[in-house]
Design a protein around this ligand. Structure first.
Ligand SMILES: [Zn+2]
Length: 246
């Protein structure tokens, strides 16, 4: 708890000095925008919908699974640019952050027009063929349930990493390369409890980069942080934008 004395000025100093800053963003970030995706750490939602986040559960009832995902897609598409996304976008535009790595599957960064994003666990706003290569991006919720690929022979599945599945090797390598370039890592609302993404901060640590954590609660990452701002993403990023972006 020795990190409690840090202030926003310390973060500003690191961001101004760093030649390459990567944001590592987790569920705590999107929950501030009102999005809560079921995960084993939210037992109530998980007991209701967790089954649709496993391949077995999806395959056992694709129609009900797609009803659930269609509802989520609709909800996500209706979200307007809001804190803390708005502020993160501003910090990127002004060159203080170069890229985002996220374990969130809500697809919100891309929806808000941020392109330099690695979605380690995929995106609910995309679907892929269960058998072939086809990828579909949802600009509006699917109309036919379950949606099929264009040849009409196979059903689509959400292009997310289901629980128990491995993350895409290509995405992982991209994330490792990106983190390897970081002089500073801004860890926001990211619990650091899930492998392999929890290894990314260690890459920055090994390279003697600075680790800044913005999180109201302690996590495994706060233990190795150089700076821990014990506050919400919205509040902290607003302060950063106010002081850095003119
Ligand atoms: Zn197909």
């Amino acid at each position: 708890m020795s990190l409690r004395g840090y202030s926003i000025e310390d973060v500003i100093e690191v961001l101004e000095k760093s030649g390459y800053t990567v944001a590592l963003v987790g569920a705590g970030f999107s929950s501030e925008a009102g999005i809560e995706i079921p995960s084993p750490s939210s037992p109530r939602l998980w007991s209701l919908y967790g089954k649709y986040h496993t391949l077995q559960g999806f395959l056992s009832n694709p129609r009900d699974a797609w009803k659930y995902y269609t509802r989520l897609i609709k909800e996500i598409l209706e979200i307007k640019l809001c804190p803390p996304y708005k502020e993160l976008k501003q910090l990127i535009r002004q060159g203080f952050i170069q890229s985002i790595i996220t374990t969130n599957i809500d697809g919100l960064f891309r929806k808000f027009g941020l392109n330099n994003v690695i979605e380690l666990h995929g995106s609910i706003l995309k679907a892929k063929c269960l058998e072939g290569e086809e990828i579909v991006y949802w600009n509006k919720p699917p109309e036919n349930i379950p949606p099929q690929c264009s040849d009409g022979e196979h059903i689509l599945r959400p292009a997310i990493v289901f629980y128990g599945e491995k993350i895409s090797y290509r995405q992982w390598i991209r994330a490792v390369v990106e983190t390897g370039m970081a002089e500073a890592l801004l860890v926001i609302g990211f619990s650091g409890k899930i492998a392999p993404s929890n290894m990314l901060p260690l890459i920055v640590k090994r390279n003697k980069g600075e680790i800044i954590v913005i999180d109201p609660s302690p996590s495994p990452v706060t233990q190795i942080a150089d700076i821990w701002i014990e506050s919400s993403a919205s509040h902290t990023l607003k302060q950063l934008v106010k002081k850095l972006c003119h």
